[in-house]
Design a binder for this molecule. Structure first.
Ligand code: NAP
Length: 342
């Protein structure tokens, strides 16, 4: 077995897509279950706080030094188990998994093409795009319980999935588990899912009436490339805010002043509004604040345009946006991005 290598000169800014974050006292990469046990037991012996790192694509880390150990799982094997089941190690790139599923003609992940990050991070916030959510194709996962130092299997109900939420994102469970692999149950003979107008229109414009899984995957990748910020080009952590859900009374009040406000009826008396719409209509789209900014392409995304932003610049900007949206619309935006070491 490869010996565990511990690094002492890493920074979160090298390991997050925001390219922000302070020094890490110890950093290690583990590639199998034995190494997870070894790294956790070492951390406990040295009384180090553990931070489990995935693709670093959904976090904003402060510039303070982190005096614990950051552990990243880097095993990347993806295998087909038959009957529509795919098992992927936590370190696999999410989009490699989507590509693998489409190549095998399995349906369920195609709309989530191009989401940055790793497979291990995907259940934590129940990632989703264009009407597909991880929870609909999830089967089970294996996680190392850091407290009991045992591997535990979670099925779908154990994960308590909700809109960009799960058991693992809850305060009491946050950073208590290290996911090692995830199994998905996909459909073997289903047509791709095309439910969002933006995707439907893109395909219609290109006269693709009965798209294959690959055509939907390609369409999503194209739309994303045109609209979202690519972390390879500019530091960001995807959607910075969650889409707010409001009740019927609130939507009626908003419609009195903003008759064109877009929203979706959840069918349970609540309505999903769009954080990006509120941000844009508060005048923040494309604005710069200190080293940080709001993407000129998609107001939901905060950016680190010249890789010079401090974590506080982004945090203060997000506070300003939350306050302005609240003042103008009476809607309190919630961050989707997790704040680390603040
Ligand atoms: P869009 O298709 O222009 O629609 C805007 C918003 O409307 C989306 O946020 C989506 O909410 C909602 N929506 C659209 N059609 C819907 C339907 N049929 N039923 C329920 N809700 C509907 O979306 P967009 O802003 O270009 O984003 C497309 C997808 O990418 C969305 O799913 C979004 O969550 C995701 N996204 C990803 C990133 C990122 O990773 N960087 C950034 C922004 C958006 P939902 O968010 O609930 O899907």
């Amino acid at each position: 077995m490869r010996k565990l290598r511990i690094f002492e000169n890493k920074r979160f800014s090298d390991l997050t897509t925001f390219r922000i974050g302070g020094r890490i006292k110890y950093y290690t990469e583990v590639e199998n279950k034995d190494q997870i046990c070894e790294a956790v037991s070492l951390a406990k012996k040295k009384k180090l706080e553990i931070f489990v790192l995935g693709g670093g694509s959904d976090i904003l880390v402060s510039d303070k030094d982190f005096s614990g150990i950051a552990i990243k799982y880097v095993g990347t094997t993806i295998s087909y188990l038959g009957d529509g089941k795919i098992k992927a190690e936590a370190g696999a790139i999410w989009d490699d998994l989507v590509n693998f599923s489409v190549e095998k003609n399995l349906q369920g992940l195609e709309c989530m093409s191009g989401i940055p990050g790793t497979v291990g991070a995907s259940p934590i916030q129940n990632i989703g795009a264009y009407g597909q959510e991880l929870k609909n194709s999830f089967f089970s996962l294996i996680a190392f319980d850091i407290n009991s130092e045992k591997f535990v299997e979670f099925d779908k109900s154990d994960c308590e999935f909700a809109y960009r939420e799960s058991f693992f994102k809850k305060k009491e469970n946050w950073q208590k588990y290290m996911i090692s692999d995830v199994t998905f149950q996909l459909k073997t003979d289903a047509k791709p899912q095309v439910s969002y107008d933006s995707l439907k229109n893109y395909l219609k414009e290109r006269k693709i009436n009965d798209p294959t899984l690959l055509e939907v995957r390609k369409a999503v990748l194209r739309i994303r490339a045109g609209k979202f910020e690519n972390p390879k080009d500019v530091g960001n952590a995807g959607s910075f805010f969650q889409n707010p859900v409001v009740d019927a009374k609130k939507i009626q009040d908003l419609r009195k002043n903003y008759s064109d406000i877009p929203c979706f009826d959840n069918g349970d008396g609540t309505y999903k509004c769009f954080a990006g719409w509120f941000i844009e209509n508060s005048g923040w789209k494309g604005k710069v604040y200190k080293g940080a900014g709001v993407s000129p392409r998609h107001a939901l995304i905060l950016i680190n345009p010249e890789s010079k932003a401090k974590a506080d610049d982004v945090y203060e900007l997000s506070e300003k946006i939350i306050n302005d949206v609240d003042k103008k619309f009476g809607v309190k935006l919630k961050r989707e991005v997790q704040l680390i070491n603040f």
